[in-house]
Design a protein. Structure first.
Length: 217
């Protein structure tokens, strides 16, 4: 199979589509679309984001989205199996065999890289899941205060995924249950049945919250 990025790019160019046009249709920012075609995976906050955007982009281009996601997962498995020292040392300066002070070099690189990571990037936040019972009907309103990925399932139906920009708002209604999964818990405000809800979590945190209709006594 051809590389993921090349497959996406060729399919887009074959249909003579611009990234800006696709961005408006899919609600995926052009920067993320470019990153997908360039296979610049580090642009995305977490692999879960990458898989969602890759799936949506591939579906829009009428490609086999499941196959492309599987290829991405294979890439993840490959990178996680590579020894830490091998991943941290740039390829252009990596000899075939580290024969001179391998332990010292590995530790030095790890310290430098680790310091950069702590100062300029935050670790992957934990996933939090909450279930809350409410009276029907369930009407959930969401307002994005910054870019945020949202997945919503209404009455147990297949989840719909969207990328909201700051200022965007959405409303969902359900008879039995509403399940919302947010990729940036601090970037969204929610209102259920006309009442504002407490913040889902912190900025960058992945949170899943389910609202279930109370059974009548």
């Amino acid at each position: 199979m051809e590389p993921i990025g090349l497959t996406l790019q060729q399919a887009r160019q074959k249909r003579r589509l611009k990234l800006e046009t696709i961005s408006k249709k899919t609600k995926i920012s052009t920067s993320y679309l470019k990153a997908l075609e360039a296979e610049d995976w580090d642009v995305f906050p977490a692999p879960a984001y990458t898989q969602v955007f890759l799936h949506s982009y591939a579906n829009f281009l009428n490609l086999d989205s499941d196959e492309l996601v599987r290829e991405y997962k294979k890439y993840l498995e490959t990178t996680t199996k590579v020894p830490v020292a091998e991943r941290l040392i740039p390829k252009r300066i990596r000899p075939k065999k580290l024969t001179i002070l391998p332990i010292a070099i590995s530790i030095m690189v790890f310290i430098i890289w680790g310091g950069w990571f702590l100062f300029f990037r935050s670790p992957s936040p934990p996933v939090v899941e909450v279930i809350e019972k409410k009276k029907a009907p369930l009407t959930l309103k969401a307002t994005a205060i910054e870019e945020v990925w949202v997945s919503i399932a209404v009455d147990g139906k297949e989840e719909a995924q969207e990328l909201l920009q700051a200022g965007d708002f959405k409303t969902w209604e359900a008879e039995e249950s509403l399940k919302i999964r947010v990729g940036n818990a601090g970037g969204i405000e929610l209102e259920l049945n006309g009442e504002p809800l407490e913040p889902l979590g912190e900025r960058g945190q992945i949170v899943t919250k389910t609202f279930v209709r109370e059974e009548e006594e």
